[in-house]
Design a protein around this ligand. Structure first.
Ligand SMILES: O=C(O)c1ccccc1N[C@@H]1O[C@H](COP(=O)(O)O)[C@@H](O)[C@H]1O
Length: 212
């Protein structure tokens, strides 16, 4: 079953709608330059709405250790997502599992990147965009080598219309979406979140059919 993360939530209603749609994880962006940025305190408020078995993810871009710790004080059980130029040892220094974003572009060596980030729980594959992420841009999935030795989270420009193809092509552990389920930057659309999650389940059903 492909796990689903919906990222960039800023409002209580969007958190509730993401959970109702079937999200396994919700992302809270602690990066001041993002249009989806929330403060650590706000991330705490939003994360405390989550029911059991839905994971809060705190997203950072080149944050200081102090900023990461401030986020963890508010959301102690968070999974971390490092989406900038962070060093491997720094990502691992908080004693929490983390996703390490790789910025996919022609010539990028994902196998080398995986080897340089051995402690990452999973590699999150995003398109190389200005501003680090959340750009709504897909990358060429054929750039992903076979046998990357880590669970993969496919992201970058996913939406209800292309996520089935993405899953069937990449077979990731999870998918992550932000722009593709928004009514406006930082404002999620409940119907699009539902359609996205339904599409993921459809992809899973097609993969199960192909096996049987
Ligand atoms: O969401 C943001 O604003 C953001 C800012 C800086 C780095 C990452 C960000 N979001 C992540 O970007 C990818 C792709 O998002 P999209 O679906 O293409 O909009 C996703 O992993 C978000 O978690």
């Amino acid at each position: 079953m492909t796990r689903i993360k919906i990222c960039g939530l800023t409002r209580e209603a969007d958190v509730d709608d993401a959970v109702a749609a079937g999200a396994d994880a919700v992302g809270l962006v602690l990066y001041a330059k993002s249009p989806r940025a929330v403060t650590a305190a706000r991330a705490g408020e939003l994360a405390r709405r989550l029911p059991p078995f839905v994971t809060p993810v705190l997203l950072f871009v080149n944050a200081s250790a102090q900023e990461v710790r401030a986020g963890l004080e508010e959301v102690p059980m968070a999974l971390l997502q490092f989406h900038g130029d962070e060093l491997a040892d720094d990502c691992a220094s908080f004693g929490r599992p983390f996703l390490r974003a790789a910025r996919m572009a022609p010539g990028f060596d994902l196998l080398d990147f995986a080897a340089r980030h051995p402690q990452a729980a999973a590699l999150l594959l995003d398109a190389h965009v200005e501003g680090y992420g959340g750009g709504g841009k897909a990358f060429d999935w054929s750039l992903i080598p076979a046998n990357v030795p880590r669970p993969l989270v496919l992201s970058g420009g996913l939406n209800p219309a292309n996520v089935i193809d993405g899953i069937l092509h990449v077979r990731p552990w999870a998918v992550d979406v932000s722009s593709g389920v928004e009514a406006a930057k930082g404002i999620k659309d409940a119907a699009l979140m539902h359609r996205f999650c339904e599409a993921v389940r459809e992809a899973d059903a097609r993969m199960a059919d192909a096996i049987s």
